[in-house]
Design a protein. Sequence first.
Length: 325
Amino acid sequence: MCTSILYTAGDHYFGRNLDLEVSFGQEVVVTPRDYPFDFRKMPTLNHHYAIIGMALVKDNYPLYFDGANEEGLGMAGLNFAGLAHFFPVEDGKDNVSPFEFIPYVLGQCKDVAEAKKLLANLNLVNINFSDQLQLSPLHWLIADRQGASIVVESTQSGLHVYDNPVGVLTNNPEFPSQMTNLANYQSVSPADPVNTLMPKKELKTYSRGLGSHMLPGGMDSESRFVKECFTLHNAPAGGSELENVTNYFHCLHAVEQQNGLDEVAPDTFEYTIYSDGINLATGTFYYTTYENNQINAVQMHNVDLDAKELAQFPLVKEQAINTQN
């Protein structure tokens, strides 16, 4: 399971929580402009926008979980089990495997408008990376530095592209159902509730925060979608990059999954392995891990974007505790 968001505070910050029961050895990877992307059914992309994001590098191929390009377009793939459907190769279509989808879009598009045009002829095909690395059932959030965002879902009924006015994506159900469900919680508020039950009677409150009393708090994807919409759209905008990045991670960590609370098999628990976010205007990539909640950063533009090799940055997992005596 996962949660992805677009946070607006002057600049736009895009990223996600990766919630799984196992880590894949992912790291921050910068793909320079001339590093070739070989696609199974499409022409090789020899020159493209540079990309930074979280990826597993296998056989010199960066398998991106999420990332953004140098133009400020971001993209993340989230679990969509039971609903994702990928198709056979179809003549006349742009046949792209889901493991190629993030570099295919981020390599060629500078914003959501261009991504929509690229998606018009897309067919997401059922081709695994290898016998050992088979496809995951995914859907995707795409967002740009202007604040636009869309959701891409490939289901039995075909490829669907939805405008996303809330800038949030979790997992099942399909995105239109998530949006419909939000209406059930439109009375949730950070303010004290108004007594509409008995307007002429005074009811004493027993706690602060009762405006959010009906806010769901489970680990399930529908609950996280509602809670993150509430958190994100009531988050303040800071006056500096540090304040904005701090606020951004508070939004993501509001729906992080702690180890031991979401059992997916006997004695096996899903948890938030990492949280990340990129300032789409500056190309600065930030992350925390489950073991280390200190914010770490990699600046895309400090890397030679005309190099011929991937730039790889292993995650800093050791917690730093400052002791005051």
